[in-house]
Design a binder for this molecule. Structure first.
Ligand code: UDX
Length: 435
């Protein structure tokens, strides 16, 4: 099928590449000419496992191309996917500016019937509104329908999550739209949930916010474990064997970040308030996460009289491993606070430094090329991301390179036992400290 995809961010690009991989003829559109030129050469703007290989493969076999010429792409497409961002506004609600600007372009140029599929995460009722907008702006003889097809891909495993998704959710209001989407996804051979547009929109928020809540719940239990001298690893394992709970997303840590959970929790909470219904569990997930992100910072403030001039090594900057994305990463707020308090920081991340540098630069923040240089001479080390090379560090490394081997592990990268009797002071989340 001839498909156009608007937006070449995480969602748009991965969707376009995977649809091409499944045999469709795909044109991806973006306004950034430089990005489009590089994509046509097979260079991905994001670091994502397996993406560049599939990008190159499908460019070569001629069923994928990138353009800034939206008119041509929208005019020839049978189905137009929209995967542009819906960033958070100041009041927490989702901004639909990018989405409406794409719809404007579509409405201004289409010449034949087409199905517009919204992949972006949007407030419930948006698909209905967009369809009304098309009905009002496009000539009556052209049939434009809107369908919701939310995305559940996680960064770092986006290609795999798309090609082997747990489910494909399709929100449609007509058999025409359903049959088009069914035939697009036929080749994926995945379980399909076909429902109304509003249900589909809600499934996306409810899923993401449930996962965020699961993490905040575990973080709160972990904090309490520290107080009552229990161990969150054992507690989580004991919980995980209950199939109603399951083993995933039970990892306590320094809080969730990224482009989805923080934004989607705030958007649903704000939507609830708009309708006069306060979603209290979502509010709790947000508040616990905000508090959790500064847990280690608060502990440092209690442990030391001052952080002025203290040499601190920061290990990991991205919001999780496997991505160079630092959006809402817990490292951001912590590094800002530590710099304000006069600490002198060295920082390392295998892929995230470039993005981080664009947001924070300071004479007291020195980016390093490897972990050993980062740890050298430090009085405290803080771990924000569980990269595998960080997990491979040994107590010997901390002891050997640091001036005083005091480690605050925000991602529980190590077992407590590994540090017993090593002379390294080890603090983690939801477990007793080793001194
Ligand atoms: C998430 C959803 O998983 C995905 O389905 C949705 O489409 C987009 O949002 P992503 O933001 O890429 O994906 O990352 P994810 O792996 O879900 O992790 C999000 C945050 O939660 C990270 O900061 C991670 O460190 C944290 N996390 C995750 C925990 O703190 N504990 C866990 O057990 C799992």
């Amino acid at each position: 099928m001839n498909i156009a995809v608007a937006g070449t961010g995480y969602v748009g690009l991965v969707t376009g590449v995977c649809l091409a991989e499944c045999g469709h003829q795909v044109t991806c559109i973006d306004i950034d000419e430089n990005k489009i030129a590089r994509l046509n050469l097979g260079v991905s703007p994001i670091y994502e496992q397996g993406l560049e290989e599939l990008l190159m493969k499908n460019l070569k076999r001629g069923n994928l191309n990138f353009t800034t010429n939206y008119q041509k792409a929208y005019q020839s497409a049978e189905v137009i996917f929209i995967g542009v961002g819906t960033p958070e506004k100041e009041d927490g609600s989702a901004s639909l500016d990018f989405l409406y600007s794409v719809c404007n372009q579509i409405a201004s140029c289409i010449v034949k019937d087409c199905l517009v599929v919204i992949k972006s995460t949007v407030p419930i009722g948006t698909n209905d509104k967009i369809e009304r907008y098309f009905k009002e702006t496009v000539e009556e003889c052209i049939r434009v329908e809107v369908a919701s097809n939310p995305e559940f891909l996680a960064q770092g495993s986006a290609v795999n999550d798309t090609l082997h998704a747990s489910r494909i959710v399709i929100g449609v209001e007509s058999e025409w739209a359903e049959s088009k989407l069914r035939s697009i996804y036929e080749g994926f051979h995945l379980p399909m949930v076909v429902t109304s547009r509003r249900n589909a929109e809600m499934i996306k928020y409810a899923s993401n916010d449930f996962l965020a809540l699961k993490i905040s719940y575990m973080n709160e239990i972990a904090n309490f474990c520290e107080i009552i001298e229990a161990n969150i690893d054992d507690v989580a394992f004991g919980m995980s064997l209950d199939p109603r709970i399951g083993p995933r997303f039970l990892n306590a840590g320094i809080g969730y970040g990224g482009s989805c959970f923080p934004k989607d929790t705030k958007a649903l909470y704000s939507l609830g308030n708009e309708y006069g219904y306060e979603l209290k569990t979502i509010k709790a997930a947000i508040e616990i996460n905000e508090r959790q992100k500064l847990k280690i910072y608060r502990e440092l403030k209690m442990r030391f009289d001052t952080l002025q001039g203290m040499k601190i090594a920061v290990l990991g900057l991205t919001f999780k491993p496997g991505t160079d994305d630092i959006r809402e990463a817990p490292s951001l707020i912590n590094i800002k606070r530590l710099l304000e308090d006069g600490a002198i920081l060295t920082a390392y991340d295998p892929v995230g430094i470039h993005n981080f540098e664009r947001l924070i630069t300071s004479k007291n923040l020195n980016y390093k090329k490897n972990l050993n240089d980062t740890l050298k001479g430090a009085q405290v080390a803080i771990i924000f991301t569980e990269w595998s090379e960080i997990k491979e560090l040994t107590p010997h490394d901390f002891k050997g390179y640091m001036e005083t081997p005091i480690v605050y592990d925000g991602r529980n990268c190590f077992k407590n036992e590994a540090f017993k009797g090593t002379g390294v002071e080890y603090h983690s989340i939801g477990r007793m400290s080793i001194k």
